[in-house]
Design a protein around this ligand. Structure first.
Ligand code: HEC
Length: 152
């Protein structure tokens, strides 16, 4: 009597934990893939730890904006499987379903900024699921857009 009961109790647990491991492995693989991706471009990034540049100084897409987008995982969801892609300036200008994400010179009306701030006009705040960008980082992106969204 007893050992039959025990079998019934133990078996499903073993199955559950092996599924858990499979999921864990898959997630680890995804995270590692993501990190390798970021590692390549983040090398020269200093924008997160330094205060936003004063207006008058040009914000660089290559060395500041692009690494921010990579660091916050934007590329992992907007990396080219349809809709918005965030690798280049021209892709950002082109945007996604809701039109251009970046409007040069107009940070406040740019979809990218609206989606980074709380209470976006549609859908979720980005990056979906957080962690969200600190204000100073959003300011850096705004400055880059208001300076003309240069591919610099
Ligand atoms: C976990 C996946 C995920 C991550 C990470 C993510 N996004 Fe998104 N993003 C989505 C999805 C899904 C949508 C469409 C639904 C919506 O608007 O909420 C979207 C929509 C958008 C849009 C609107 C595009 C359009 O025209 O419809 C912008 C802009 C955007 N994301 C920017 C970003 C930026 C910038 C980051 C990084 C800071 C980011 N996203 C990170 C999943 C993600």
């Amino acid at each position: 009597m007893y050992h039959i009961k025990r079998k019934r109790l133990v078996m499903p647990k073993v199955e559950n934990s092996s599924w858990f491991f499979v999921c864990l492995l898959a997630m680890t693989a995804l995270v590692l893939a993501g990190c390798t991706d970021m590692g390549n471009a983040v090398g020269t990034d200093t924008s997160i730890s330094t205060p936003p540049p004063q207006s008058g100084q040009d914000v660089s897409f290559q060395s500041q904006i692009s690494p921010i987008l990579q660091r916050y995982g934007c590329n992992s969801c907007h990396g080219g499987s349809g809709g918005l892609t965030v690798q280049t300036v021209s892709q950002l200008l082109q945007g996604g379903l809701h039109g251009p994400s970046v409007i040069a010179g107009k940070a406040d009306t740019s979809g990218l900024i609206k989606k980074l701030l709380p209470n976006p006009p549609y859908g979720d705040r980005m990056p979906q699921g957080g962690p969200y960008l600190p204000d100073s980082t959003i300011q850096t992106i705004k400055l880059w857009i208001n300076q003309g969204a240069k591919n610099n």
